[in-house]
Design a protein around this ligand. Structure first.
Ligand code: GDP
Ligand code: GDP
Length: 461
């Protein structure tokens, strides 16, 4: 028997839109026996790894004589009586209305598990309304856009937490794989996971003069081709070189080409700030190339700072490792320096290599793709708020000059880099130390080493 989920809420919040998305092309089984008021639709739904029955209470023809409140209530009660879980939908753009409160009351009284779904939150416009949904007292709202397919992974996660059996059923049914999840998350993930990547990953290798950039780039893509390109599999434009590593496409910022140009212009020893900025902006992942003999000099730190400000993922590469004698100590020292000097990028991968003897190149590329995956990471809202609940319990925000600060709810509004919105009251008064504590906690708990993490505060007044 599959689990049943009812979508309830006042008219126009988007119930049918979600129903259609979940059921997809598989035709809805409509209860259209003659003489029976059509008061719900049912269908077999798939959501990622889950499969379940879904009941929609929208688009109804009802007896003329029933009062609006009465008939809404009857439909909703009937649907709820049949289900194992209620998706209570609100329109996050419109905010809460008395009708929402009315339906919430019906849902609450049923005693069935409820997930509040805040619809119409595409492109971040509806997040304030999603936060209002919190005040229904039915748990953390899951922000979605039924129309655009956003937030479906979060919804899947929230449902799976309540109905784990829905996942088992989906497993047994693997032949039927046309999952209905779509939207930006899926597309972003595809870049990371697919061998035939949709588009190339953009990488820049940046470092001080003589760090070994040209040598490394030549080692990576093949010297002759770089010098004489374009050749088989390699194309080169004015700022980048395309190549593939283990079937993954990469667009590499052409530092070497820039250097050649600099030489012509007789500015050999200087990577200008604007060139550095250009390279960082070009890249999704920046490889900061250091000379192991003198890591983290001023210019290196400036580059790292630029990476942080521009919100890119960072990989630190300790080059000329072939020359290093006390390797353990050198690595430990470098790690210590990095954590001390660049706490805002804590945990970034540190790779040792030698461009000259072509060692460590695969490890560098693996770290680069891993950093890219981290940069794209999306933390489901339910998980995030479970974590936040624990944090606030053990480490409540301080009272600042008599003002009571309240944090209610968090959600990830963007990836690349991960960006979280915090909802509550008086959040502007939160001290810097508390924000750092939150960021560090996010980084550790959700495994996001070495990428900038953004927080924005959305106070309700
Ligand atoms: P229902 O009455 O609750 O079943 O609502 P519908 O599914 O019929 O949707 C009501 C209106 O909201 C329609 O115009 C939909 O196109 C619109 N709608 C549904 N989902 C979204 C969404 O995610 N974003 C936006 N902006 N509009 C939506
Ligand atoms: P760039 O200015 O960053 O492009 O640096 P280059 O690639 O021109 O290298 C500067 C110097 O460091 C050259 O003499 C290289 O031969 C040397 N070099 C680069 N990589 C390595 C390495 O991994 N090991 C050693 N021993 N020397 C290197």
């Amino acid at each position: 028997m599959s689990a049943s989920i009812a979508i309830v809420g006042r008219p126009n919040v988007g119930k049918s839109t979600l129903f259609n998305r979940l059921v997809g092309r598989k035709l809805a089984i409509v209860d259209d026996r003659p003489g029976v008021t059509r008061d719900r639709r049912e269908g077999d739904a798939r959501l990622g790894h889950l499969s379940f029955k879904v009941i929609d209470t929208a688009g109804l023809e009802v007896a003329e004589d029933a009062s609006l409140a009465g008939r809404m209530r009857a439909q909703t009660e009937a649907a709820i009586a049949l289900c194992d879980l209620v998706l209570f939908m609100i329109d996050a753009r419109a905010g809460l209305t008395p009708a929402d409160e009315h339906f919430a009351e019906v849902a609450r009284r049923s005693g069935k598990p409820v997930i509040v779904v805040a619809n119409k939150t595409e492109s971040r416009t509806g997040f304030q309304g999603a936060y209002e949904g919190f005040s229904l007292g039915l748990g953390d709202p899951v922000p979605i856009s039924a129309e655009h397919g956003e937030g479906m992974a979060d919804l899947e996660e929230a449902i799976a937490a309540i109905l784990p059996a829905a996942a088992n059923e989906a497993e047994e049914d693997v032949a039927d794989t046309d999952a209905v999840v779509s939207g930006e998350e899926g597309e972003e993930e595809a870049i990371v996971l697919d061998a035939g990547i949709a588009r190339p990953l953009r990488v820049a290798i940046i470092g001080r003069p003589n760090a070994g950039k040209s040598t490394l780039i030549n080692a990576l893509i093949g010297q002759d081709r770089l010098l004489t390109g374009p050749e088989a599999g390699i194309t080169r434009d004015t700022i980048s070189v395309d190549w593939t590593w283990r079937d993954k496409r990469i667009k590499l910022f052409d530092t070497a080409g820039m250097r050649k140009k600099a030489r012509i212009e007789d500015k050999l020893e200087k990577l200008s700030v604007s060139d550095g900025l250009r390279a960082v902006r070009f890249a999704e992942v920046v490889v900061l190339l250091l000379d192991s003999a003198a890591p983290f000099e001023k210019q290196d730190l400036q580059i790292a700072d630029l990476v942080e400000r521009e919100g890119r993922a960072l990989v630190v590469a300790l080059n000329k490792w072939d020359l290093v004698e006390n390797r353990n100590k050198t690595l430990a020292d470098a790690r210590e320096m990095f954590e001390r000097l660049l706490p805002q990028l804590r945990g970034a991968p540190l790779v040792t290599l030698s461009g000259l003897s072509e060692q460590g190149l695969d490890r560098l590329m693996e770290a680069t793709f891993r950093a890219f995956a981290t940069w794209n990471r999306r933390v489901p809202t339910a998980k995030l708020n479970r974590w936040l609940g624990g944090v606030l319990e053990h480490h409540p925000p301080p009272a600042v000059s008599g003002r009571r600060i309240k944090i209610r709810y968090m959600t990830q509004v963007k990836t690349r880099p991960p960006h979280f919105a915090v909802f509550g009251n008086q959040l502007d008064a939160l001290p810097e130390s508390f924000l750092r504590y939150l960021v560090n906690g996010l980084r550790d708990t959700f495994d996001m080493p070495g990428v900038p993490i953004r927080l924005s505060m959305r106070s309700s007044r």
